[in-house]
Design a protein around this ligand. Structure first.
Ligand code: GTP
Ligand code: MG
Length: 281
């Protein structure tokens, strides 16, 4: 499949080299599916011509879709890097890491299709970009509740980040007890010849909020659970208990901080230096 006469791709698409398509499709390794025999490709029968043109259209859509997913992957990398930098900076400034860990995922094709079906949105590249806000998802697990807002504010303040929507399910938990801070942001991704703002959904929560959400998510899949209000009540109680634990842990940390004697200016500088001197991971 190169650009020679009679190949699957005519000269009008010089960019679509085998290597290029191969790299886009490498994760599914279905390139061979498009490798039609030379005799078939060069036939001038109108049916074959139509089939060829339809196949070209399908392949074009596949490429467009894969390119879009690649952009979301890059946007995830950008946001992760920003968060890692913030964590390192906080570590130097406050002598502790506000971020426990960062998790990220690219929504699967089947999940995108399922969501669009559920929301009655016709499947198209445009519609994915317009209506599916969580194709790129980043989850930030913080140590304490105040870290959540510090990290969120520091991220939103960055001048290349656009905040599209903020949902504070910590100040206003969901009726089932779900707590988390959700940011829908867009981040510029720079490519060789163009720049594009790509949406990323960032969920920021504490370890306790995360453990509740993970378990609740697993339990929700059991069909009969939805019909048992006492289970929902118990889950809500657990969420409230965990929230209480979060408040108390924050209280303990603050008490320790208040009672620690203030270091001298020299000590602060030496401490900072020792942290900065550490190799970057
Ligand atoms: P969608 O269009 O379905 O994404 O709805 P939305 O954007 O209005 O939802 P929202 O911002 O409230 O939630 C988006 C994501 O947060 C979900 O995909 C989950 O990952 C998480 N989430 C929201 N509510 C719950 C909940 O009750 N339990 C758990 N475990 N996760 C939740
Ligand atoms: Mg959403």
């Amino acid at each position: 499949m190169n650009n020679q006469e009679g190949s699957f791709y005519p000269e009008e698409n010089p960019d679509y080299s085998t290597e290029y398509i191969g790299s886009l499709l490498s994760d599914t390794s279905d390139l061979k599916n498009y490798d039609l025999p030379h005799e078939l490709i060069t036939l001038s029968d109108p049916i074959i011509q139509t089939a060829r043109s339809q196949a070209r259209e399908i392949l074009r859509s596949v490429i467009e879709y894969k390119e879009l997913m690649m952009m979301y992957k890059c946007a995830i990398k950008e946001v992760r890097t920003k968060l890692e930098i913030l964590d390192t900076e906080f570590e130097i400034r406050y002598k502790r890491n506000p971020i426990n860990f960062i998790d990220s995922r690219l929504k699967t094709t089947s999940s995108i299709i399922e969501k669009m079906k559920r929301k009655n949105i016709p499947f198209s590249i445009r519609n994915i970009e317009e209506y599916i806000n969580d194709v790129a998802g980043v989850r930030v697990i913080c140590s304490y509740t105040d870290d959540i807002y510090r990290i969120a504010d520091a991220l939103i303040q960055q001048d290349d980040i656009r905040l599209i929507e903020k949902k504070d399910y910590i100040t206003h938990p969901k009726p089932n007890g779900y707590r988390s801070l959700h940011l829908l942001i867009s981040v510029p991704v720079f490519f060789a010849e163009h720049k594009k703002h790509v949406k990323v959904e960032v969920q920021i929560r504490t370890i306790a909020m995360d453990s509740w959400a993970s378990l609740e998510h697993q339990l929700r899949y059991k069909q009969w659970v939805a019909e048992r209000p006492e289970i929902a009540e118990q889950l809500k109680e657990c969420a409230d208990l965990l929230s209480e634990v979060d408040s108390r842990m924050l209280g303990i940390r603050m008490m320790i901080e208040e009672n620690s004697s203030d270091p001298t200016e020299e000590e602060i500088m030496l401490e900072k230096l020792s942290r900065i001197d550490r190799p970057i991971e």
